[in-house]
Design a protein around this ligand. Sequence first.
Ligand SMILES: [Fe+2]
Ligand SMILES: [Fe+2]
Length: 177
Amino acid sequence: MNDLTKAINLHLACEFQASHTYLAMSIWLREKDLAGFSSYMQIKSQEERGHADRLIAYLVDCDEQVELPAVEAPQRNWGSTQDLFDQVYELEKDVTASINRIYSIAEQAGERSATAMLDWFIAEQLQEEAEARFVRKRLRLAGDNTAALLLLDQQFLDGTALTTVKGGLTGLKQSEN
Ligand SMILES: [Fe+2]
Ligand SMILES: [Fe+2]
């Protein structure tokens, strides 16, 4: 197995772990009756699975071997919604770092198809970090104000919570996974 294939297989663990962690977060939020935040994190969980699927498809298309990773049981409790979204932001930054590492390996190997495939992930991670940054900062503004927290939750239910986030390399919100 070459270094690039090894790195992509290792990165699969990042995506599966993020998917699992986001599902656990969605459950915790639902238990707190924060239905908007909960459904947002459930969608994020599905998106992370979609990211793993993209990488798996790439490996198969290149006739390279796929090794599915073990996924650890995620954390089940958070101190607050703020703590939870602070963790989302940190997790997304870790995923970005991992994508950047793979990108460097692909560049060094002169693997043009890999860098082309990874360009999508570079743009996606910028969008993901922008969203996570926005949500955690909005929560910080809400502070201990329950009415403000519930308003943010409602905005996620209405689909308006992230309409002003212009992440991604095109400056437009991406709708695809
Ligand atoms: Fe991802
Ligand atoms: Fe993500």
